[in-house]
Design a protein. Structure first.
Length: 369
């Protein structure tokens, strides 16, 4: 396909510009995706600020949903997809043969870790041929190691773009956190990840789901949505005593599972440990991007706690997420709040930090709007 492609290129910290880029030729081992929409992930915020300096200009966006436009013969045989298929991509480009890839844990493959120089959709510079590695574009290059998921019939591309954040919630809450019937789950932080954990906890049959947030208007709206999605209680930690309130709500038993989705401040890590009951589980998913000055490891020992760091999703959790979206379980599609054209990519990315549109939760970029 010899033509140019319109893309939003991150050129410096906090700035994108629209460019016309050459569509890469399709070889036997590659393909080309016509992007329908790409979700705006919370991780796109720090990428937007940091990656242009370290990787040069790049096309961000890794929650890509689109139609297979072109396929090479080897790629066609490996992928099992056809031209015209509507698919959701994972951000990972795994090696395919390490112990982690063989179990569907692509996020743990060294080849997918951008910190180690690995290729990843939405985090690879234009200087790495053929350049179109991100979804904030009309077309996206398909590497031979692309991980595909077929979008179920009847699911719109915009709703399918919820698959990766929802998959994180399923992974952290159910597959790794082991939430289940009769349990109390506390979720710290009502952003995309926290709300996805609410849906997963509800689907897992948790008896009591508690979500915490701040007093600002953004969190107030998100806590209200958390209740719509299935949370039984929400707590404003700036006006209520968190530990006392959870103790009251649980009859003093505290939480079987605590999931820390709060980004930025480190206080929530210590709080998560305090909220867990004896033999409880703590999932740390909110990146702080700083060291924690004090951490009460003695409490972990005394209360027999299991503390696990978590990021991303497995192949299984993405498949489960698409099934939940197809059935609109627990009203999950309410999380999709805004859609923007390529010319408003900066506005969407600034909205992640509360500096753009009000009420944004999960946003998508539609390159054809």
């Amino acid at each position: 396909m010899e033509h140019t492609v319109r893309a939003a290129v991150a050129v410096e910290a906090g700035k994108t510009e629209l460019r016309e880029l050459a569509a890469p030729p399709t070889t036997e081992t590659s393909g080309l995706l016509k992007v329908a929409v790409t979700g705006v992930c919370g991780s796109d915020g720090p990428y937007y600020q940091q990656l242009p300096a370290s990787r040069g200009p790049l096309v961000l966006g890794h929650e890509t949903v689109g139609y297979v436009a072109e396929l090479g013969d080897i790629a066609r045989a490996k992928w099992g997809v056809r031209e015209g298929d509507l698919v959701a991509l994972e951000e990972y480009l795994p090696c395919g043969h390490c112990e982690f890839c063989r179990s569907g844990e692509f996020r743990l493959c060294d080849a997918t870790d951008w910190r180690l120089g690995g290729l990843r959709y939405g985090a690879t510079g234009l200087s790495v041929a053929p350049g179109l590695w991100g979804g904030f574009s009309q077309y996206q290059f398909l590497h031979l190691n692309t991980v595909f998921h077929r979008v179920p019939a009847g699911v719109s591309p915009r709703h399918a773009a919820l698959a990766l954040p929802l998959a994180n919630g399923i992974e952290w809450t159910y597959l790794q956190g082991k939430a289940g019937p009769g349990q109390t789950v506390v979720i710290q932080g009502p952003g995309q990840q926290g709300l996805s954990c609410v849906v997963a906890a509800r689907e897992a049959g948790a008896e009591c789901i508690i979500v915490t947030g701040l007093s600002n208007e953004t969190d107030k709206r998100r806590l209200a949505l958390a209740r719509e999605l299935g949370a039984h209680h929400t707590i404003d930690i700036e006006s209520q005593d968190l530990l006392e309130t959870v103790a009251d709500l649980t009859g003093g038993h505290m939480a079987d599972l605590v999931i820390d989705c709060a980004a930025g401040g480190t206080e929530s890590v210590g709080t998560a440990v305090q909220l867990a009951r004896k033999r409880g589980r703590v999932i740390l998913g909110g990146q702080k991007r700083r060291r924690i000055p004090e951490f009460d490891s003695d409490r972990i020992i005394a209360r027999f706690l299991t503390v696990k760091g978590m990021r991303g999703h497995s192949y299984e959790s993405v498949e489960l997420a698409l099934q939940l979206i197809a059935g609109n379980r627990h009203g999950v599609t309410k999380m999709s709040t805004h859609s923007f054209g390529l010319e408003d990519t900066d506005l969407a990315l600034r909205s992640l930090a509360g500096q753009g549109v009000d009420g944004a939760i999960h946003m998508t970029i539609d390159p054809w709007a």
